[in-house]
Write a protein that binds this ligand. Structure first.
Ligand SMILES: [Zn+2]
Ligand SMILES: [Zn+2]
Ligand SMILES: [Zn+2]
Ligand SMILES: [Zn+2]
Length: 575
């Protein structure tokens, strides 16, 4: 019996030991992978910080990629590589191990450098990874079609030559900066400006004569927050073609700072290409107005728009379409810039003086597109406030669309705008206008409204003569309600034309109403709104066919940021 007892005890302790072993191994199996994962991510973030520091100090504009989008060869070890880094200025590519050597041994596009003794520029060749379908400048055969690091491209003029043909380029061959020489700021221009004793516009003009006649340098200002990731890609493409110094990322530098480069260039010659939504254009135009206030009138640039995002009515009114998604290559964008004509555009000042707050300064906004009070502003406001409250909920495009649709059809919300005509007074150039029964008033500067709809001309047998951007007149129309708005959008109805005027005054007598200026909505209590002429901007106009409708793809996407123009009825449009 004792024997039995001892055996049992033994078995128990054995069992206990087995339990502990099992527990130990289970824990190990769970903990070890967790530790390894954590360690790896710490290492990765450490490396990232390290790389960031390296990228910041480097003269190249390095960008890492996990997969190159075309066959790529390392410029150092000449191996075929799938991932690594590339410079978006000079196009040098390298894998991670060769990156530091590439950075040390290969020179990037120099933004400021002296010219040759005869005042000309030498080609700056980079070997390998030439663009697909490039042609050799010597033998006119296709270049870069061998599966290895081969052939050369000049980073300034984009000329390509075969390895074998390069020696037969004559020694006297100089770099003429290629097709876009009239838009590029050559490195020697900035070098000379930097050496000037007396910085004066006359001196700049003298230096500019060496850059050829008809030299109109362009500054590219891109908003990488507009329209998905288009801005980022565009920055790289423009840096490849132009001098990297003339390409600015507005998420890093505000337009007021970027535009200071204009003051180092001949007066009246500079063009600015704004890549972004109508909101970004307004931001740049405000910065230009500030230049005028600073007495830099003579340096004011002409502005062209490359619209990012959707439903950009200002851009559409100037012939640049309502949204760019890479349909044409950037080279074509620059060709369009060269052909564009200069037009003047009125800009307006919207003063909002709240009733009863006599001691507070009135709110002052600048307006390029339109001011509105009523259903379209309400919809923008509802969408805006709900997105502010629960931003994560609005990160999905499909949910955005559903919510937008809900606001467009929900009657109870629209009731807020009822009987606007009894609560508001409208004065055009000091004369009171008798209002019919209305729910909304829209004051337009430009021809398009609501993402591609011609509001003033309307449709039908006798459309009105088109509005002008520079006539110093605003067009004022009324809408009967949100359903009427939607009908106007699908071109089944016209708004009520209330008149044209140089000055518009609106007096809201009672209650709060939704209002918006250029897509920025707010709720406003009793107040007086005065819209007067502010300045004229010099814009570039593209005289190609304008689009009356957004295409299918651009309608399906509500704007991704509030700085983009509001596009009131995207859903109705696609019906
Ligand atoms: Zn390598
Ligand atoms: Zn580079
Ligand atoms: Zn060249
Ligand atoms: Zn060749």
């Amino acid at each position: 019996r004792e024997e039995e007892h001892r055996l049992l005890q033994n078995g128990d302790s054995l069992n206990g030991a087995a339990d502990w072993t099992l527990l130990f191994w289970t824990t190990l199996a769970v903990v070890v992978p967790v530790i390894i994962t954590l360690w790896c991510s710490v290492q990765r973030s450490k490396r990232k910080i390290h790389m960031k520091d390296f990228f910041r100090k480097s003269k190249h504009g390095w960008h890492c990629t996990d997969l190159f989008n075309k066959p790529t060869y390392c410029c150092v070890c000449q191996q075929h590589i799938l991932q690594g880094a590339f410079c978006d200025c000079c196009g040098v590519c390298a894998d991670e191990t060769c990156l530091r050597r590439a950075d040390r041994s290969l020179v990037c596009k120099e933004i400021m450098a002296p010219s040759q003794t005869d005042g000309t520029l030498e080609h700056h060749w980079v070997r390998g990874n030439v663009p697909l379908c490039s042609v050799c400048a010597v033998c006119k055969e296709q270049c870069g079609n061998q599966p290895k690091l081969c052939d050369f491209r000049c980073v300034w003029c984009q000329t390509t030559v075969h390895d074998d043909c390069k020696p037969s380029l004559s020694d006297g061959e100089r770099c003429e900066l290629g097709e876009f020489r009239s838009l590029i700021i050559p490195p020697h221009y900035l070098h000379l400006v930097n050496k000037l004793r007396r910085r004066h516009p006359d001196e700049y003009s003298k230096l500019a004569s060496a850059c050829g006649s008809g030299w109109t340098p362009v500054l590219v200002l891109a908003n990488t927050r507009s329209g998905n990731n288009m801005g980022e890609a565009l920055l790289g493409e423009f840096r490849t073609i132009l001098n990297p110094v003339q390409v600015f990322d507005l998420s890093e530098l505000p337009p007021s700072k970027a535009l200071q480069l204009c003051t180092l260039l001949p007066p009246g010659s500079v063009r600015v290409l704004v890549c972004g939504g109508d909101g970004t254009v307004g931001w740049v135009l405000d910065a230009i107005d500030t230049m005028k206030l600073k007495g830099q009138d003579q340096f004011i640039p002409r502005v062209m728009i490359l619209p990012l995002g959707t439903g950009n009515d200002l851009s559409n009114s100037l012939g640049w379409g309502s949204g760019y998604a890479g349909e044409i290559p950037v080279e074509q964008v620059l060709r369009n810039l060269l052909e564009a004509e200069v037009v003047k555009m009125d800009r307006w000042k919207v003063q909002v003086a709240s009733k009863g707050l006599y001691f507070r300064k009135p709110k002052v906004l600048s307006m390029n597109n339109y001011f509105s009070v009523g259903p379209d502003a309400l919809m923008a406001l509802n969408f805006h406030t709900h997105r502010e409250k629960t931003p994560s909920f609005f990160s999905s495009r499909i949910i955005n669309k559903a919510v937008y649709f809900m606001y467009g059809t929900k009657d109870c919300l629209v009731q807020e705008c009822k009987d606007l005509d009894k609560r508001i007074e409208l004065e055009l150039d000091g004369e009171r206008v008798a209002l019919p029964s209305l729910e909304g008033i829209i004051v337009c500067n430009i021809g398009y409204w609501g993402g591609g709809c011609r509001l003033w001309e309307g449709m039908g047998d006798e459309p009105y003569p088109p509005t002008r951007l520079d006539d110093g007149l605003l067009e004022v129309v009324g809408v009967f309600g949100s359903f009427h708005c939607a009908q106007i959008q699908v071109k089944m109805a016209n708004p009520v034309r209330l008149g044209q005027a140089h000055t518009v005054r609106l007096v809201l007598k009672t209650s709060r109403m939704p209002m918006q200026v250029d897509g920025e909505p707010w709720a406003q209590g009793p107040c007086t709104i005065t819209i007067t002429h502010k300045t004229e901007a010099f814009m570039l106009y593209h005289s190609a066919e304008q689009t009356d409708d957004d295409d299918e793809s651009s309608i399906s996407e509500p704007p991704s940021s509030t700085s983009l123009m509001f596009h009131p009825y995207p859903f109705f449009c696609s019906l």
